[in-house]
Write a new protein. Structure first.
Ligand code: ADP
Ligand code: GLC
Length: 476
């Protein structure tokens, strides 16, 4: 079975969040199941730097509209996964994040940049493909590859089937009507059954509408997005396509996220040497200028600072949470308002609250290990990876009951299966109550150990998910 996995980011080279993590790990798990999977991704400078010998294998041309002719290059990742890099320097050789310019605003030509990625995916999956390798299925991920199923449906001859995996409904890839022509799509593609979404062209809707099957990254999120309340305008469409939609819970990279071998940690530990975890807290407190206290719980956050992640709720609850007493450490970047507000809290409560603005892989690992309690009060969360890391690191999470958080965290009230703390409505009070319960449990070492051990024993590998994807590929 030949699968083209199309993505706009891939860890460890180019990652802004969970999508990059998934693209960096799921393909290897699929290969383990005997699937011939190749990953299609733009040739960003960070990738070309790592694969300077990536050799040219094709020049897909006459792609339509204003789309240029890129060079397709091939490389092999260290885990053995073949990578197909779409090289077109004017589009992808830009500094920083794949989506944003230096001022933090979307690049104005993102429709062309990711239209080209989608179009090359379709080129590979159609009879235009001049290579010996042609995929049976094009597996798309999020809006950046959402046009591939549309292109496939318009290309002549027998084409690959398409699967669209939705990692986040909030990013819809909206562009104006004129981009239809620039992307080389026919007028017939416009309209309510096509790519049009409230007067805009939506890459996301295009994918959801045209893919042969749709998955999202947790069973609960798959149900939530079919409602008007949580469907972000796509609820009707997703209900309509409900028989084609399923939820497959993500795994994590259990080699990279393993407290027994994690090289970023001050002190490694395991479920049998759990007492060694504490050295990580002491080291982080020293590193970030927090008071060296062992008698108060340390609350940890690693997150994009956006509305989705509910960190405004924690901000509101922070003065009271600090009085539990507790310490708070935050690593994140995103909305300027939230960055500013968190900076102010850290300033006011110096020694008790430390905030680092930025993207820092090493610090993310250290926080997972050093914190006693991990906090993830997301308003919505398609899957969420950090709560799975924290379970594995013996750092019980406090989460809101939504999406993948609801599918991975069981409240401590369940004495047999509890591995964290879950709260309902997205309010600061709800969060604070859960934090109070967590802090109380933390002060009861015997009870806490049990919670930690249950979390650490959870199987977060890609094994189960990979089997589900293989079944779905076969069905297609
Ligand atoms: P999302 O993809 O919505 O941001 P996930 O929980 O699925 O949420 O994945 C986030 C990923 O990005 C995790 O691997 C997390 O560790 C990482 N991450 C998020 N923010 C930062 C940051 N500021 N520094 C380092 N890693 C981060
Ligand atoms: C998105 C979601 C996150 C999910 C990740 C990987 O970024 O916000 O919940 O874990 O994709 O699927």
């Amino acid at each position: 079975m030949k699968i083209l996995f199309a993505t706009s980011e891939i860890a460890p080279w180019v990652k802004t969040g969970g999508l990059g993590e998934v693209a960096g790990t799921l393909p290897a798990a699929l290969r383990f199941h005997g699937v011939d999977v190749r990953v299609l991704v733009p040739a960003y400078p960070d990738l070309l730097q790592h694969f300077p010998d990536a050799r040219e294998i094709a020049q897909p041309h006459r792609l339509g509209g204003l789309l240029p002719t890129p060079t397709l290059r091939e490389a092999v990742s260290p885990d053995g996964t073949p990578l197909l890099l779409v090289d077109y320097p004017p589009y992808y050789h830009r500094p920083g994040n794949p989506y944003l310019g230096p001022e933090g605003r979307d690049w104005l030509d993102n429709h062309l940049r990711f239209g080209l990625l989608s179009r090359v995916a379709a080129w590979l999956g159609s009879q235009e493909n001049t290579l010996a390798w042609r995929p049976d299925i094009v597996h798309c991920n999020d809006w950046q590859t959402g046009l591939a199923p549309v292109y496939l449906s318009y290309l002549p001859g027998r084409s690959a089937k398409s699967l669209f995996t939705l990692h986040n409904l909030a990013f819809q890839g909206l562009f104006d009507h004129a981009s239809l022509f620039e992307l080389g799509l026919p007028d017939a593609a416009w309209g309510i059954d096509g790519v049009e979404f409230y007067g805009y062209l939506s890459f996301l809707k295009a994918g959801l509408q045209h893919a042969n099957a749709i998955t999202t990254v947790s069973p609960t999120y798959a149900r939530e997005i079919q409602t008007d309340a949580e469907g972000m305008g796509m609820g009707g469409l997703l209900r309509h396509r409900g028989d084609r939609l399923s939820g497959i819970l993500n795994g994590i990279d259990t080699r990279v996220w393993n407290p027994a071998t994690d090289r970023y940690l001050h002190q490694t530990y395991s479920v049998r040497r759990l007492e060694a975890k504490a050295a990580n807290k002491t080291a982080l407190q020293a590193q970030l200028g927090l008071e060296p206290r062992g008698d108060v719980p340390l609350l940890g956050v690693v997150s994009r600072l956006t509305e989705q992640k509910g960190l405004d709720l924690l901000l509101e609850a922070a003065p009271q949470a600090l009085k539990l007493p507790a310490q708070i450490v935050v690593l994140g970047s995103g909305s300027p308002e939230l960055q500013h507000a968190w900076g102010a809290v850290a300033h006011k409560h110096r020694g008790q609250c430390a905030v680092t603005i930025g993207f820092d892989e090493a610090l993310a690992h250290r926080i997972e290990a050093a914190a006693d309690i991990f906090v993830m009060p997301s308003r919505f969360e398609p899957c969420g990876l950090n709560q799975m890391y924290s379970l594995r690191y013996g750092t019980p999470p406090v989460v809101r009951a939504t999406g993948g958080l609801a599918d991975t965290v069981v409240d401590a009230a369940d004495e047999k299966h509890g591995n964290g703390f879950v709260f309902g409505p997205a309010t600061a009070e709800g969060l604070l109550q859960a934090l109070q319960r967590a802090a109380a449990a933390w002060h009861d070492p015997e009870r806490w150990r049990k919670l930690q051990k249950r979390g650490m024993a959870r199987d977060s590998s890609w094994e189960a998910a990979a089997s589900r994807y293989v079944e779905l590929y076969q069905a297609l």
